[in-house]
Design a binder for this molecule. Structure first.
Ligand SMILES: C[S@@+](CC[C@H](N)C(=O)[O-])C[C@H]1O[C@@H](n2cnc3c(N)ncnc32)[C@H](O)[C@@H]1O
Length: 281
């Protein structure tokens, strides 16, 4: 099918939530000298022009990165993320938004690696062009789920898999359960970050109960909801499942989620959730 184009949504509140976490997870990997590897299974185009017709259609970025841009007194984690976006906008006007590949690439040290898989031909071509000649980045025109078996475990044995599908397929939640099992079997110590939209609440809660039954320890669930969950259909919030999260991430998120809510909220609505679905060993 592949009709989803991230350009319509780049920089919206759900991207902010996801990319703040991505920066923080990679910062945690940088704490040790040993090389690490990041696999971004649904990479998108790499970066986005916010003046383009898709981005301008609903101007979703205005309610996301637009709310943090030029803000003072951000916590160090939010400031770190905003600096990543500023790096794509050197003249200080918000014109471009970096996707997960560009954000991850900027945080690699010389010995670290980034692997990207993307199925959409146009998005893949953009990624290929962006990282042409970059020896630390491998771009694959491949199904991100199928690539797991070929690419994992990485020789570095340290790192992160980001799963950020478009949720166009009816069985996406089932595919993700299977993907988590494959990753965990092949690379037990790898960090997994799995983004999901909160649209209709019931299916995402059912799916979390299935995750809890997988006998995988250390599954943390973080959610940011901007709209009431019983409102008519739409993107009410976003969540991230984190497997093997870095030490004390729960404490950091206990502080960051309310800050994100306060800075991004629309009216009086909004909620956050932080819960261990399975305990850390
Ligand atoms: C939500 S977007 C990714 C956004 C990107 N991760 C970011 O944060 O900037 C999802 C992407 O997955 C791609 N896609 C959909 N199904 C895929 C699959 N099975 N394997 C790899 N990519 C896929 C879509 O074309 C789309 O570009």
């Amino acid at each position: 099918m592949l009709s989803y184009r991230h350009a319509f949504h780049a920089g919206n509140f759900a991207d902010v939530f996801k990319h703040v976490l991505l920066v923080h997870l990679i910062r945690a990997l940088q704490r040790k000298d040993k090389p690490f590897c990041v696999l971004d299974t649904h990479a998108g185009a790499g970066h986005y022009d916010l003046d383009s017709p898709p981005a301008q259609k609903n101007r979703e970025f205005a309610g996301g990165i637009g709310r943090l841009w030029n803000q003072s007194r951000l916590s160090p984690e939010l400031a770190d993320y905003v600096e990543r976006v500023q790096a794509s906008n050197p003249d200080s006007r918000l014109l471009y938004y970096p996707g997960s590949p560009r954000i991850a690439r900027a945080l690699l040290r010389p010995g670290d690696r980034l692997m990207l898989t993307e199925l959409h031909p146009t998005e893949h071509a953009a990624l290929k062009a962006e990282f042409a000649g970059d020896r630390q980045v491998a771009v694959h025109h491949q199904d991100g789920y199928a690539a797991l078996k070929a690419l994992l475990p990485p020789p570095e044995r340290r790192g992160l898999v980001l799963l950020d599908p478009a949720y166009e397929l009816k069985d996406e939640f089932d595919r993700l359960i299977e993907a988590v099992q494959v990753i965990h079997r092949r690379w037990t110590g790898g960090v997994i970050a799995l983004w999901y939209p909160i649209l209709d609440r019931a299916p995402s809660l059912r799916w979390q109960r299935t995750l809890q039954k997988l006998a995988i320890p250390a599954i943390l669930c973080a959610e940011l909801g901007l709209y009431p969950y019983d409102a008519p259909l739409g993107l009410h919030g976003a969540g991230m499942i984190l497997i093997n999260p870095p030490w004390k991430l729960d404490e950091t998120l206990g502080r960051l989620l309310p800050e994100l809510l306060q800075r991004l909220r629309v009216g009086d609505h909004g909620q956050t959730r932080l819960e261990w679905l399975t305990p850390a060993p």
